[in-house]
Design a protein around this ligand. Structure first.
Ligand code: GMT
Length: 376
């Protein structure tokens, strides 16, 4: 199949999933065309069956806001015609489903059918999309999509509760490419980061308010009062400054490392003992799944789709939002008992294997096939 994928090319989870999906589909013989404003960060190479088409939005002084949706839908029409694309898969409803719908309509006027799948990722539904500024357009474009998927059952339920949806939403969970995980975890350079008797606790996100970074610093503060530990934060975003100030105020700034954005998360996860995810909302929690794939237990909130990934008492523990004491107690429970830590690490990896790319990507392929059959 020839598939056009639209996504955010940045470090956010939806862009990562879209990119990994495209790469995997290309390895399975499909021709993939990424259409977005920048080459996706995880797309390190292009090949004969992975192409990238840049959406350019020229600055024009009359426009206060540059019309990205217009440029994207025009680019889609061009790419679809030039490369005889079979179907369009947009990740994150805003504004991609809307632009995709416009492209479909323009192509239809020329007698070309382009079925569209929309994958809902989370904040496009629970935070941004539900805002009255966008809601009618988001509701409309979800309903106009030929197939709609969500990354968790929880997000499916939220979408049905928030919007007026008149079609099925298929749950296709996010995944991990186990085949390409660096095999030799023994190469981990743990000693560069921490002392032998020190536990390494990790967090990866775009440090937005929804990730509750302050809660995380407080949880870590409580942990390090009982266990010698270091907190490594990967990613960058608006909460970084506040988090740094809070760590300073609590007198633990020297135990908290901010490493910024990274494409080599695995180098840190491979020697991490625990992963913290105290988010306020999380439709899935891809970062937690990535940690579990490296055998890192997760201490998280029980919000959204996180319980579908992190299993209480098995791969880690779940706490109510904002329950800093409970998260800290659970972390100490795991970290202070070496035998238990090993058990949790093993179980975390086992559960992550349920989300192996080899099991999940065929689910998308099956849905693509159904879209083409319906269209023929
Ligand atoms: O929340 C983020 O970090 C980014 C955001 C995105 O769309 O890039 O993540 C959402 O999609 C991810 C991939 O499906 C999910 O793993 C995240 O849970 C989800 N974030 C939220 O729901 C807050």
């Amino acid at each position: 199949m020839k598939i056009a994928i639209v996504c955010y090319p940045t470090f956010g989870g939806s862009g990562v999933v879209a990119t990994e999906l495209g790469i995997s589909l290309s390895k399975r013989g499909h021709e993939i065309h990424f259409v977005t404003y920048k080459q996706p960060v995880r797309l390190e190479y292009l090949s004969h069956n992975i192409k990238y088409h840049e959406v350019i939005v020229p600055e024009y002084p009359l426009f206060h806001y540059q019309p990205y949706e217009l440029a994207l839908s025009s680019k889609l029409v061009t790419v679809v015609k030039e490369h005889q694309i079979d179907l369009l898969h947009v990740h994150y409803a805003i504004p991609h489903a809307y632009a995709g719908f416009m492209a479909q309509q323009m192509l239809k006027a020329e007698g070309i059918e382009l079925p569209m799948m929309t994958t809902l990722h989370g904040t496009d539904i629970t935070l941004v999309g539900s805002h009255s500024f966008y809601k009618p357009a988001v509701n409309f474009s979800i309903n106009q999509s030929n197939v709609v998927t969500s990354v968790s059952e929880s997000l499916r339920q939220d979408t049905l509760a928030i919007f007026d949806i008149n079609k099925d939403i298929h749950v296709v969970p996010n995944f991990i490419d186990f085949e390409n995980l660096p095999k030799n975890v023994g190469d981990c350079q743990r000693d560069l980061m921490a002392e032998e008797d020190e536990k390494i606790i990790t967090h990866v996100s775009n440090l937005r308010p929804v990730k509750r970074i302050d809660d995380m610093i407080q949880v870590f503060d409580k942990i390090q009062q009982k266990i010698k530990a270091k907190l490594i934060i990967i990613g960058d975003g608006p909460e970084r400054e506040n988090a740094s100030k809070l760590a300073h105020k609590l007198g633990i700034r020297d135990r908290v490392m901010f490493l910024g954005k990274s494409n080599e998360i695995e180098k840190i996860l491979c020697y991490s003992d625990l992963f913290l995810l105290p988010s306020e909302k999380e439709s899935f929690g891809l970062a937690a799944l990535e940690a579990m794939a490296y055998g890192v237990p997760v201490i998280s909130t029980n919000v959204g789709g996180v319980p579908e990934v992190n299993r209480h008492g098995e791969s880690g523990y779940l706490s109510d939002l904002g329950d800093i004491d409970d998260m800290a107690n659970n972390a100490v429970k795991i970290l202070s008992d070496p035998e238990q830590l090993v058990q949790f690490k093993m179980r975390a990896r086992q559960i992550a294997l349920e989300f192996d790319m080899q099991r999940i990507v065929p689910l998308y392929e099956k849905l693509y096939q159904s879209m083409l059959t319906k269209n023929s």
